[in-house]
Design a protein around this ligand. Sequence first.
Ligand code: GDP
Ligand code: ZN
Length: 301
Amino acid sequence: DRGEFVKFEGIIVKRYSGFYYILSDDKNIWECSLRGRFRLKKQTFFPGDNVVCTKIDEDNKKAVIEEVLPRFSELERPLIANVDQVVIVLALSNILTDLQLLDRIMIMAQYNKVKPIICFNKVDIIDYDTALSFEKVYKKTNFPVFLTSALKDWGIEDLKQIMKDKISVFAGPSGVGKSSLFNALEKGLSLETGEVSKKLNRGKHTTRHTELLPLSEGGLLADTPGFSKLDLPQELKKERLIDYYPDFWEHGKSCSFCTCLHRNELECGVRKAAESGILDEGRYNRYLHFLEEVITNERRY
Ligand code: GDP
Ligand code: ZN
């Protein structure tokens, strides 16, 4: 039967004891080994990589990986290729301390070619007007903003829709409801959180491979939260920080200098917008904070 040698494309979802598990377009999971030559070439294979395989055993779903297709992005922690988006979860209950982290992850995500999706969770326990005001500030970035309650199942359908056919990771501080959202999205899935890691006593150096979990409505979700490494990229230039602030762009058009850092320059459109309240003051102040961080980095390296 010549069908045995049929090639197919799929995505690596997991690596486990020497095998790679590949999700094919027809939603089967194949257990694959690598052709020997890959080991020699020291090519890397991550969850999220698109690969071409040859079927070895159709009945038992065994195959061999022939080729890894070009990777368009690579996330370091967790190590996943081709991540489309990061769902940054914050709990509105302790919002003030976390907005700095939100903005930081938004910069890092865009720098890594990953689209930020903002998710304000626990809206059941806070004043709804407060939630709406945060939604308004962040909608100006044009990135999607969701108000959810994992507890009450609010906004979960919208999250499912945005995860369809994409590779997503969660991010955000612990206790904001990432695992709860995971469970609300899909019963039976479980997210590896800081707490779980602690319980299992997994140290920093223990190898644990991230797994991409297929969602029933389509899409893959990483079982490990991302963006835990929070230093801004060393290569980031101070003039380029605004690239990661889409909500600042229209105001930046009226800056006098093209090298404007939007700090204390004369005729800076961004600062003026913040001073007059058109641009959220908190978000602008956090920008200034990150600008200092980038400048310090530039001096150091
Ligand atoms: P994680 O550390 O980000 O994974 O957060 P968890 O999912 O473990 O949630 C931390 C705590 O917040 C738990 O006690 C949850 O029951 C609670 N929690 C999660 N989501 C919500 C929510 O939408 N509303 C409320 N009121 N509590 C929530
Ligand atoms: Zn400016």
